[in-house]
Design a protein around this ligand. Structure first.
Ligand code: LMR
Length: 328
């Protein structure tokens, strides 16, 4: 009788333990490389807030900004190893996994974020979210940052001013070709290393959005900026097929709903974030921001646009034509 009681109690304890283990929340580590006060940083925080409101006890989100957990070199590999579950790299950083996303790096392809949204919301734009599924990567959404601006040790009014200078680029062959087209010397470098490289003269210049230029303090080590708007820096929010499939259906559905809502918010606030950052840079008085005349801008466009032909075959002419049509 005593033995029977002990066994029953043990079985009940195991059952309770099982319930407890099952009830432990699913942890989503969201790793990224920018600060909290940027479009992506704010998006990650809003995602965490909404998940904790609506999936309390079921899912816990841990946000790791500023390359604290993983940087450019290892975040996609970490995602595939399930060491992080959500990341949002710049579209330029997926070139090892697909050619098609190189589209977004073509210089002067999009006039502004409205043109970007026009393409991303089209059937072809949405199709690109699945471009890495065979590699185990699932595209969840596009998040905006904004248009890139050029900076250097001297005013970069026309392409000839960039000749011979070393520019930091993200790991993209299109960006490499873009700077080679103006006789400059592109250097692929992780985001977290750019400030020091500019400060020490390892590189002369860079291209990025106002929100990144402000939050990384690049304006403190670059005397001249031009508002060139020559290219785009946008993100793809991605997870791994493996993690996404492992989620219970109801949790996955709720996460998809939350991601849709956060995407709308991020894409609404991105332009304002960049405008605010630009104003803060102006107010700092530490650098000069030059405007290009339309004649100067025409020269940049003419020098860089031939890069399209170099990559059109790999990307797919139908994507390039459809994206270009959004800026007409
Ligand atoms: C960069 O490397 O310049 C950007 O991709 C950083 C970011 O995530 O905005």
């Amino acid at each position: 009788m005593h033995k029977y009681l002990v066994r029953t109690l043990c079985a009940a304890a195991l059952l309770l333990l099982g319930c407890y283990v099952q009830a432990a929340p699913i942890v989503i580590k969201f790793s990224h490389v920018v600060t909290d006060n940027t479009p992506k940083g704010k998006g990650a925080i809003l995602f965490k807030k909404l998940v904790e409101e609506r999936l309390s006890g079921k899912v816990e989100v841990q946000v790791f900004p500023s390359s604290q957990l993983f940087g450019d070199a290892d975040e996609i590999i970490a995602l595939l190893k399930n060491d992080t579950q959500i990341i949002a790299p710049a579209l330029s950083k997926f070139s090892k996994f697909t050619d098609v996303l190189q589209l977004y790096d073509l210089p002067f392809l999009f006039n502004d974020l409205d043109a970007v949204a026009c393409f991303q919301n089209s059937p072809l734009g949405k199709e690109m979210l699945d471009s890495m599924s065979k590699k185990g990567i699932k595209g969840l959404a596009y998040w905006h940052n904004g248009m890139k601006q050029l900076s250097g040790p001297k005013p970069l009014r026309v392409p000839a001013d960039a000749s011979g200078l070393k520019f930091r680029i993200m790991s993209s062959d299109v960006l490499q070709a873009q700077f080679q087209a103006v006789d400059a010397n592109p250097q692929k470098l992780a985001f977290s290393e750019v400030y020091l490289a500019l400060q020490t003269g390892q590189i002369d210049g860079q291209e990025n959005t106002w929100s990144n230029i402000y939050s990384q303090k690049f304006f403190e080590v670059q005397p001249f900026f031009v508002e060139s708007n020559h290219g785009l820096l946008d993100y793809m929010l991605v997870t791994s097929n493996r993690f996404w499939k492992s989620l219970p259906d109801d949790v996955r559905t709720e996460l998809e709903q939350i991601i849709d809502e956060v995407t709308v918010e991020v894409n609404k606030l991105a332009s304002q974030e960049n405008e605010d950052a630009k104003q803060l840079i102006v107010d700092s008085g530490k650098t000069q921001i030059l405007q290009l005349s339309s004649e100067e801008k025409t020269q940049w466009r003419a020098a860089m646009k031939p890069v399209w032909e170099q990559f059109k075959g790999d990307i797919g002419a139908n994507y390039v034509d459809a994206a270009a049509a959004c800026s007409r």
